[in-house]
Structure formats: C-alpha cells, structure tokens
Design a protein around this ligand. Structure first.
Ligand code: FES
Ligand SMILES: [Fe+2]
Length: 406
C-alpha cells in the first residue's frame, strides 16, 4: 500500500470513529431470497456471469518452469494450465478431442513435453496442438491434426495469479484494466512476490453469495466475534472505494486508530487498518499484517444453489520473516485463527443464514445503508445478468414489507 493511501485511509477512518459515523448508501435495498436458493438462478450466475469473467485459477509460482502443468477445476470446468516456452501460461480443456478422456487427473502436476491420452494414445504438445493420432491414416482421415488441438480458454497472469475465463472462445482480457487504480495498489504491495503457503478447499452448505456477503460485512464483528476479533475492531465503521465495476476496497479499522497520529506512516499499514480488496466476481484479498488471505468462492459443481466451494489461499510476504521456523509458526498460528474466526464463527452464521433464507418466509432480505460493499456485489451481478425488476431493488418507504401487505 502506498504511504499516501495509508494516510488517507487512517484519516478517513479515524474521522468516522471520532464522529461515530460510517459510510452510508443513499438508500436501503432488497435482495430477492430466490437469489440464494433457486437452482435456475444459480445456473444463470454460473454460465452467464462467473464463467464469463476472469477468475483466479492458480498462483503463478505453481507453474514455475517451461512445461510445468497443473490440472485445476475452475467453476466446475476441468483445465490444464501449462507454462509455455515463451513464458506465458495457457489454459486448455483437460479433455481429449477424441472420446473426451481426461488427460491429467484432478490436481495432477509435473513437467512434461507432451500430454498423452490414456485411452487410445492421442498425443498433444505443450501448447495443445494435436501431434499424434495412432492409426490416423486408415481410421481418422479427414481429421486434420492442426485443427483438432485441445480447446483453449483465455488466460493471463497478473499480481502472481493465473486468471482464466472458464468459457472457451471468449475474448482475451486485461486484468490491469479491470482493476483500475487498484492495480497500482496491489503492485505497491508487491503482491506478485507473495508466496503461496497453503491452499484448502471447503465444501460448505451455503450459497456462494452468502459467503461473499459475510466477508463484505462490517456490521457483524461485535456480534459474531465477541471473543476473537470483535474487541479489536470498530464495528460498523468502514470506508469503501470502488475503482471499477469489478474492483473495490473495503477497509475497517482497529480500535486503537482513535489515538493514531493521522500524519504518521506506519511500517505496516495493518497497524490500524483491515483492508479487504474485492476482485469481482468471486475473489477477495484480506490483508493481515504479514499475510494475505485469498478467498475465491464458487457455486457448487453439483448445481445445488445452497452449497459452495470456498478456496482459501494463504500468501506470505517477502522478506518479512527472520527464519523459516518463524515463518512456519506464523502460518500455523494464523491458519488456526482463520479456522476459529472464519470457519467456525463467520461460516457458522453463514450456514444459519442459508437455513433462514431457505424457509422462504419472506421474499427479500434487506441491505442497510451501512452495507455498501454488499450492495456493490449484488448490483454488479444484477447489471451483468440484466436483472431489472427481478433483481436488487429499492426498499421504498420501508414502512411495511411488500410481502406482508396482502
Ligand atoms: S479418448 Fe483420448 S485417445 Fe481416445
Ligand atoms: Fe467476520
């Protein structure tokens, strides 16, 4: 984070704390409950939104040298990421063009010059070109090898992440442009240099947006985390800055900010600040002292709208640890903290949100004027899907819920 950004955030948050204020939307909004429970809605979010946007698929360091490959599943799509001779990364379908067999098993990684299909031995080059078809001449003419390579997905690297769009044939994309001014801020963190030290995937019984809403919520810590982080955080106080339709920064503060010197740059911006970077549609970077917690949230591959897969990656900062032992102890301690605060406390309540909305006792949930980041996410989704009247809408005068007025 640049020093001027840190000073600006400390000043704004300190002012809000002293004024007992926060960042407000102009209006209250309603989110249809169906958006969290309906299978057709979930399918549309997956195919028309999430699989059409660049999303995080891996860390660049997982594909260190030419020919390194990694078999990943992104938004339910199995892909092979391969480091090319020119240094770029290609994302290709992990499926043979003949009868469709998977080339590399889920999670498989390694270095190889070619990929041979285990079924009938078709062989592909590192860049996906079809190189060999056994019995080509007698059985597969007029199949031309040059046009039957592996299906390719758009891919790019930025800030040490491999980004892909999980729909073949879609346009190339530019992460820098999508991030707007946030790109320079992530650059200032040297995010590309941070090291991936842990990656776990959780299968959880709540819609992917319930999880996202939770991480975008500055209104809950005092209630959900009364014995962990709650006592250190200024509840319901935050600043929110959008840099583009898909990039924003939500920052909360520590209680100690009230006595901070608003003109002093600190050696670590996390002395007073809890920044959370939104990389929509589904990735959130939570900055914490010497690590980033990276959340990438996906709808469940089963199609059940009431389940999701949550990738949690831990990245540790460069040159921040005196020894590997200190580093490893720090990672262990912070993973245990995540399991308590995130897995047990945040997701404990998220699981209950899902049970509550699934009762369909009412048609909408409410977004308060103090929930700007939640509004940002849902209005982005609505705009991309062309929701109109079926989406997020103004509460109106709020005197009575519309579904109670019969
Ligand atoms: S399915 Fe791959 S060679 Fe037949
Ligand atoms: Fe929380």
């Amino acid at each position: 984070m640049r020093p001027e950004t840190e000073l600006d955030l400390v000043r704004r948050l300190r002012r809000l704390v002293l004024d007992k204020s926060t960042t407000y939307l102009d209006d209250l909004w309603l989110i249809p409950v169906d958006h969290y429970t309906d299978a057709a809605r979930g399918q549309r979010e997956l195919t028309d939104l999430l699989r059409r946007e660049p999303v995080v698929a891996a860390r660049s360091s997982e594909l260190s040298s030419v020919g390194t490959h990694l078999a990943v599943t992104v938004l339910g799509i199995r892909m092979l990421l391969v480091r090319q001779a020119d240094g770029s990364v290609k994302a290709m379908a992990n499926a043979c063009r003949h009868r469709g067999a998977q080339l590399v098993e889920d999670g498989g990684c390694g270095v190889s010059k070619t990929f041979a299909c285990p079924y009938h031995g078709w062989r592909y080059e590192q860049d996906g070109r079809l190189a060999r078809v056994p019995h080509h001449f007698d059985s597969f003419v007029p199949i031309e090898k040059r046009v039957w390579g592996l299906v390719e997905y758009p891919a790019a690297e930025r800030h040490g992440f491999v980004w892909v769009v999980a729909t073949p044939g879609t346009e190339p994309f530019d992460v820098e442009e999508r991030l707007g001014e946030l790109d320079a801020e992530l650059e200032a963190h040297q995010l590309g240099e941070w090291r991936l030290v842990r990656h776990e995937v959780f299968d959880e019984p709540m819609n992917w947006k319930v999880v996202a809403d939770g991480i975008l919520d500055p209104y809950h810590p005092e209630f959900v985390h009364p014995e962990t982080v709650g006592p250190y955080i200024n509840n319901n106080v935050y600043v929110f800055d959008a840099f583009s339709p898909t990039a924003a920064r939500l920052v909360m503060s520590k209680r100690s900010i009230a006595s901070a010197d608003p003109d002093k740059v600190n050696s670590n911006p996390s002395k007073y600040l809890f920044p959370n970077y939104l990389l929509l549609p589904n990735t959130f970077l939570v900055f914490q002292s010497r690590h980033f917690e990276v959340w990438t949230i996906e709808p469940h591959p089963s199609g059940d709208p009431q389940r999701s897969l949550i990738h949690i990656r831990i990245l540790t900062g460069p040159d921040m640890f005196a020894s590997e032992e200190e580093h490893d102890a720090y990672v262990e301690e912070n993973w245990a903290r995540f399991m308590k605060v995130g897995y047990t406390e945040d997701w404990g309540v998220a699981r209950r949100v899902q049970k509550g909305v699934d009762s369909h006792a009412f048609t909408d949930t409410i977004v308060g004027r103090n929930e700007a980041a939640v509004h940002f996410l849902h209005s982005f989704i609505g705009a991309r899907l062309g929701d109109g009247e079926d989406g997020l809408r103004l509460l109106g005068d709020g005197t009575a819920p519309s579904d109670m007025s019969v």
